[in-house]
Design a protein around this ligand. Structure first.
Ligand code: ADP
Length: 472
């Protein structure tokens, strides 16, 4: 271990040789290790100027943020890497800590699980305990939900989780029941979804009309059911759209997050998935929505773990249904920010056969979203078009953030004044100026890479105009 004199010598060397990347990397790591967090942050930032997309430096900087409780900053730094499955496992653990800090134990557990299953040495028992994952103890087989030998899923169950006897269930914030996901009644319809006319039309034809006019579709030998893959940048409104589709149809809505399905015990995730489909079948007509579906439907060729492949197989089997009528009246909507990682088998007819791009909103759509978001707010005057013009690259979720922020500021003023003061354009402009949009541009540039180099089947044609338009 380096003493402080040694550290001082390194600091001086870095001052003398500011472009020496290995030196700066080393120094940043030592500063982090010794807990000089502010200085480590400066050093990581300086090193990142030299190597802007370096994954280890970004992970280091994110750890500095986490240790300073700046969890949002940590996630913002890690986000571009988390979108691709091969990120370093240590990065996944830091992301899990940040997600937990942000109050999202479900995703935190997923990231942790994913990282540790690839590299047991990055495990953090303290974090696992905080994620309510049972500590290192019972082997998988002793868990009541563990798959019996001679699993009903075909192939023999693989060995226990790769990190030894560590066995844990994913924290399940949505419901305690296995195969979680709850049946909701959606209070929103397409009228609550601004813009996206083409997307709504695609969903109408694919999902709604077959249920509303079954005779017509039967005449052409088409059945109601099947699924749609919604893809696009985060926050563009995929979940909102799915919920609205359920409302539009008067169908029940089952919203499935990863935490409802993923479980470290062999066989349990498959069982959860089956229970979720069964719940949807019992609640038909039903829109069954899978968020972040890439985690359940990733390309099997990319997977090292046999049990992950089994989960994908199970998902395909559920989509097909045991008999022809099994999924009658069950509409599967699945959302992902990384559609290119989904196994192509999902695109076969009757599965998630129709990829639908949910685009970031243009100026007119942003104004329409703002109008919807402000519907129940006290307004003095509001030039929605002006706010839309200054929020280029903002998606629906960002605009929601802007409105929340403006309302909060107004609430403070109203409390001081002792009376409600309505919102103005200036309030909204101020809130927009202090809000950083999510990384739509980064998403577009990643999408460009995939679409330009891997669009043989034409699956991503819808994205082409956006990418070629070069507005991003
Ligand atoms: P995604 O699932 O793509 O990450 P969400 O559906 O969670 O995005 O969007 C976040 C929020 O943004 C929604 O809850 C909704 O309030 C708002 N929003 C997004 N798109 C729209 C839209 N087109 N019209 C109205 N509100 C929207």
């Amino acid at each position: 271990m380096l003493d402080d004199a040694g550290l001082q010598a390194l600091r001086e060397a870095a001052l003398l040789s500011p472009d020496n990347l290995p030196l700066r990397r080393h120094l940043a790591g030592l500063l982090l290790e010794k807990g000089y967090l502010a200085e480590a942050e400066t050093e990581y930032r300086a090193a990142l100027m030299l190597a802007p997309k370096d994954v280890d430096l970004t992970t280091g900087l994110a750890e500095v943020f986490v240790r300073q409780s700046a969890h949002g900053s940590a996630l913002a730094a890690l986000e571009p890497f988390l979108a691709s499955p091969g990120y370093p496992p240590r990065l996944g653990v830091i992301a899990a800590r940040a997600l937990l800090g942000e109050g999202d134990p479900g995703r935190a557990a997923y990231r942790y699980h994913e990282a540790v299953s690839r590299d047991p040495s990055v495990g953090d028992p303290g974090l696992a305990a905080r994620l309510a994952l049972p500590p290192l103890q019972a082997p998988a087989a002793s868990h009541p939900a563990a798959a019996p030998t001679g699993s009903p899923y075909g192939t023999p169950p693989p060995a226990a989780p790769p990190y030894g006897t560590a066995a844990y269930g994913t924290a399940a914030p949505h419901s305690g029941a296995p195969g979680g996901g709850e049946v909701e009644r959606s209070g929103v319809t397409f009228a609550d979804v601004a813009g996206m006319e083409a997307v709504k039309e695609a969903l109408r034809v694919k999902l709604l009309l077959p249920l509303q006019q079954p005779e017509l579709f039967a005449a052409f030998g088409k059945r109601a059911g099947g699924g749609v893959l919604l893809y696009g940048p985060p926050g563009a409104g995929k979940t909102h759209l799915a919920r609205a589709a359920a409302g539009e149809l008067g169908a029940s809505f089952v919203n499935v997050g990863l935490a409802d399905i993923l479980d470290m015990y062999i066989g349990s995730s498959e069982r959860n998935l089956r229970a979720t489909f069964e719940l949807a079948r019992r609640s038909r007509p039903c829109v069954l929505f899978f968020d972040e579906v890439d985690a359940l439907a990733a390309r099997r060729s990319d997977m090292r773990q046999a049990h992950n492949r089994q989960l994908v197989n199970q998902f395909l089997a559920e989509l097909d249904g045991v008999d022809q009528n099994a999924n009658e009246g069950v509409l599967v909507l699945a959302a992902t920010n990384v559609p290119w990682y989904i196994d192509v088998a999902f695109r076969r007819p009757g599965r998630l056969d129709r990829p639908v791009f949910v685009p970031p909103p243009d100026t007119a759509a942003r104004a329409a979203i703002l109008r919807i978001l402000c519907r129940d707010k006290p307004l003095a005057e509001m030039d929605f078009d002006a706010v839309a013009r200054i929020t280029e690259h903002f998606v629906g979720a960002d605009l929601k953030g802007v409105v929340d922020r403006a309302v909060e500021a107004k609430l403070h003023q109203s409390i001081s004044a002792g009376r409600p003061i309505p919102l103005t354009t200036a309030d909204m402009v101020a809130a927009a100026r202090s809000t950083k949009p999510t990384a739509v541009r980064e998403w577009m540039s990643t999408a460009r890479n995939y679409v330009m180099h891997a669009n043989e089947s034409g699956a991503w044609d819808e994205l082409m105009p956006w990418i070629k338009g070069n507005r991003w």
